[in-house]
Design a protein. Structure first.
Length: 394
């Protein structure tokens, strides 16, 4: 029997590919169209040579890949990273107006909370389920802690709120709520807090009296104001300034807050995260490319890189000891091949006598000396949650 070529029928068989996810239950999309939850079997025309596969799951990383169904395996297993509280850090992306964006970044947590030393760190805080992590903090003279906490409400809306942990208390008391309030710092006279807030629709400088909790707008402008740093015994405030329209490299600006009619802030130098020594004679900043710590005189002169800098090493979060002789900071100096791990180190103010304080697979950062200078409090995602820990220096 001969087949009439004019009446021949072309049969195209679908290619069956099963997509599974770890953990199971991820929402699967093929070329932008939902096809079900994993595990799911895809029916793809045999003549198709390119497909985009996406897997999504709440509190997990998003997976996306382009593949050729003609050469693909019969089963694709998609592994999603847990973006739970301890495995995620959040990068604030400023906006000219309105609420800033919080961009999640994977930062694997460590289940182990221990240190390879006799004296173990003490957990200082314990957050509830709505409080995802501590962003930054300061220690007051009475050893209480004021911190920025990233919280999530029942509608999954995120806020940055100021809280206070009374000395010896692991659960916080609210100072602010419903806004983006962060970067708290103690005023030069010790009676107020300065902090960044979006209460006016942009990120401005605000103050709060510690005794009355009364808040006031200190300065508002088109630039984003971050990391305020009052110079001890003066009305001068340094801060990180960012132009949200350009999102260029951060700069340090200076502002005199002695009156309501104070002159506008002025550009001082390039860098970020200014921190004054308690004696007001010097300050540190962080510069990028590579991310390292620099020390300067009070007038911005004699810039000197003091953190150890080799390929792959970053140094962040500098803070001064109460006697202005030492600086604590976070770095991956011990593990330069890993950008998702950091430990706490200390050094003399001139960069000498480096000493590693913490050794843990977690990400330890934001160190602060206790008022007596005998301990360091730091932020860490050890134990799979972001909390504050305290470790002795002896």
């Amino acid at each position: 029997m001969e087949l009439d070529s004019e009446k021949a029928i072309t049969v195209i068989l679908n290619r069956s590919i099963t997509v599974s996810s770890d953990p199971a239950g991820a929402n699967i999309l093929l070329d932008g169209n939902p096809v079900g939850t994993a595990p799911v079997t895809l029916q793809i025309p045999a003549d198709k040579t390119s497909c985009v596969l996406v897997a999504e799951m709440k509190n997990h990383s998003r997976y996306e890949t382009t593949f050729n169904p003609q050469t693909s395996r019969d089963e694709i297993v998609v592994a999603l990273q847990d973006l739970g509280p301890g495995n995620t850090t959040w990068i604030l992306q400023p906006a000219k107006y309105g609420r800033p964006k919080l961009i999640p970044k994977l930062l694997p947590a460590s289940e182990d909370t221990r240190e390879p030393r006799k004296q173990q760190p003490e957990q200082v805080t314990s957050l509830d389920k709505t409080q995802l992590q501590i962003i930054d903090f300061i220690i007051l003279d009475d050893s209480s802690i004021v911190a920025t906490v990233l919280s999530q409400d029942k509608n999954d809306s995120m806020n940055l709120e100021l809280v206070q942990f009374p000395s010896g208390q692991k659960t916080p008391e609210a100072l602010t709520n419903g806004n983006f309030d962060f970067n708290p710092v103690l005023s030069a006279d010790g009676k107020s807090l300065y902090f960044t807030s979006n209460r006016t629709g942009r990120l401005d400088l605000w103050s709060m009296e510690l005794a009355t909790k009364k808040m006031a707008l200190v300065h508002s402008s088109d630039i984003v104001i971050l990391n305020p740093a009052p110079r001890p015994n003066t009305q001068t405030i340094l801060f990180t300034a960012i132009n949200p329209a350009k999102l260029n490299e951060p700069q340090i600006w200076t502002y005199n807050a002695n009156s309501k009619n104070a002159a506008p802030p002025e550009y001082f130098l390039d860098g970020a995260e200014p921190k004054w020594a308690p004696n007001a004679k010097q300050f540190t900043i962080v510069k990028n490319n590579p991310t390292q710590i620099w020390r300067l005189e009070f007038d911005g002169s004699l810039p000197t890189k003091i953190s150890p800098g080799t390929k792959g090493v970053f140094a962040i979060s500098p803070t001064w000891s109460p006697d202005s002789k030492r600086i604590a900071f976070a770095t991956n100096l011990a593990t330069p091949e890993k950008q998702d791990q950091a430990d706490i180190w200390i050094m003399d103010a001139d960069g000498k006598n480096l000493r590693q304080i913490t050794t843990n697979p977690a990400f330890d950062d934001k160190p602060a000396f206790t008022p007596d200078g005998n301990h360091i409090v730091f932020r860490s995602n050890r134990g799979k949650y972001w909390n504050l820990w305290k470790i002795p220096l002896n």
